[in-house]
Design a protein around this ligand. Structure first.
Ligand SMILES: NC(=O)c1ccc[n+]([C@@H]2O[C@H](COP(=O)([O-])OP(=O)(O)OC[C@H]3O[C@@H](n4cnc5c(N)ncnc54)[C@H](O)[C@@H]3O)[C@@H](O)[C@H]2O)c1
Length: 342
């Protein structure tokens, strides 16, 4: 097996999931980390037994690094992805791939020009429940799809926004609830529904307006290409992090994801189909799939024809949906997704 050497840019809250995932992969070595916080970076590098760089650009010059993980604030994703691709590295970036659908074309250009491959972290797609839903919908046994409903209520308070100064600002986060937390739910909805034709939505900031200038809640109605309707509600102003509630109503039954368990409801009753379990100490509401999503990416690097990697086109869909909801809220009308596609 070809050995691959990894590096991580940004050593905040999420980077630990990447470190843990890398440690479990055979023939993968974490060679370096980069962060602008020197004391933190030096301390972590010592703990991980790797090099530390304050300047990620300098790290990209290193010949012994094959894969770069990007775990930084949203406004840095696009320049860092493009710089890493230009340096010939493979890139695994945290979501969102950029802050606007308009950035996708430039990133695509950089990806075409590079020998590196780009993957984006939407780890909820590899959850056992998501995989089961996808397999059932692909097989078509549930018949025509009528609607998808999703409700996401999490808790993000003062401490969360004040812990990291980029959160809560349009310039650095690109929004708030939709582009950061709910983007995973929007991705699942548009994936299960086979793509959204148009959306009408509204965003509001009723509770967290002292800590974020962007939205703390949002609701939207979608029209999928398959004719089904989507109903979406999300808020960061709940008092706790409730597991996602998602229902897919089809001609021959309803799929219900509740408390991380997937149920199939039919006229004969209900039965459990799959469940997601968090690894020890993991935050189950983030989804449990970082390990698997990262393992898929490294597998695909070694087997270029393998599928299962969230590439740029897949990652662009949820970003465009986020943008369409913002635009719809501003203009108070339906927005066609083709109008926000690059
Ligand atoms: N997939 C998920 O479920 C999930 C969960 C949480 C966060 N995330 C994503 O992970 C990313 C990071 O979020 P976080 O919560 O870990 O943020 P964070 O603020 O905790 O960490 C960001 C880190 O980046 C560093 N940084 C900032 N500028 C830098 C630069 N120029 N060069 C190098 N390092 C720099 C900061 O010092 C900090 O250590 C975001 O894209 C977020 O949306 C994803």
């Amino acid at each position: 097996m070809t050995s691959l050497n990894a590096a991580i840019i940004g050593c905040g809250a999420i980077h630990r999931n990447h470190v843990d995932a890398l440690r479990l992969l055979p023939d993968v070595d974490l060679r370096a980390i980069a962060d602008v916080d020197t004391p933190k970076g030096e301390h972590l590098a010592q703990r991980y037994g790797c090099r530390f760089y304050r300047d990620y650009q300098e790290m990209l010059l290193a010949h012994d690094i094959d894969v770069v993980h990007i775990c930084t604030p949203h406004y840095l994703h696009k320049p860092m992805i493009m710089a890493a691709l230009a340096a010939g590295k493979h890139v695994f970036s945290e979501k969102p791939v950029a802050m606007s659908g308009g950035d996708i074309a430039e990133i695509r250009h950089a990806a075409y020009a590079s020998t590196g491959r780009l993957g984006v972290c939407y780890q909820n797609r590899v959850n056992p429940t998501s995989q089961t839903i996808d397999a059932l919908l692909t097989a078509g046994t549930l018949g025509e799809m009528h609607s998808i409903k999703a409700i996401l209520t999490w808790s993000r308070g003062d401490a969360y926004y004040r812990d990291s100064d980029w959160r809560g600002w349009f310039a650095t986060e690109g929004g708030s609830l939709l582009i950061n937390q709910a983007i995973h739910t929007l991705d699942l909805m548009q994936w299960f529904g086979g793509g959204v034709r148009r959306v009408k939505g509204v965003v509001d900031n009723a509770t967290l307006n002292e800590v974020t200038e962007a939205e703390d809640s949002a609701m939207a109605t979608f029209e999928f290409h398959n004719g089904a309707r989507g109903l979406f509600y999300a808020s960061n102003a709940h008092v706790t992090d409730s597991p996602l509630l998602l229902e897919i109503h089809c001609q021959h039954g309803t799929l219900r994801l509740q408390d991380n368990i997937l149920w199939l409801l039919t006229g004969d009753g209900q039965r459990e189909l799959a469940r997601d379990t968090a690894p020890d100490g993991g935050k189950s509401y983030w989804g449990t799939g970082h390990q698997q999503a990262i393992a898929h990416f490294y597998h695909a690097l070694r087997h270029p024809t393998a599928d299962g990697v969230m590439d740029l086109d897949a990652a662009a869909c949820s970003l465009q949906l986020v943008e369409a909801i913002y635009r719809s809220s501003q203009l108070r009308r339906w927005i066609n997704l083709t109008d926000v596609i690059d």
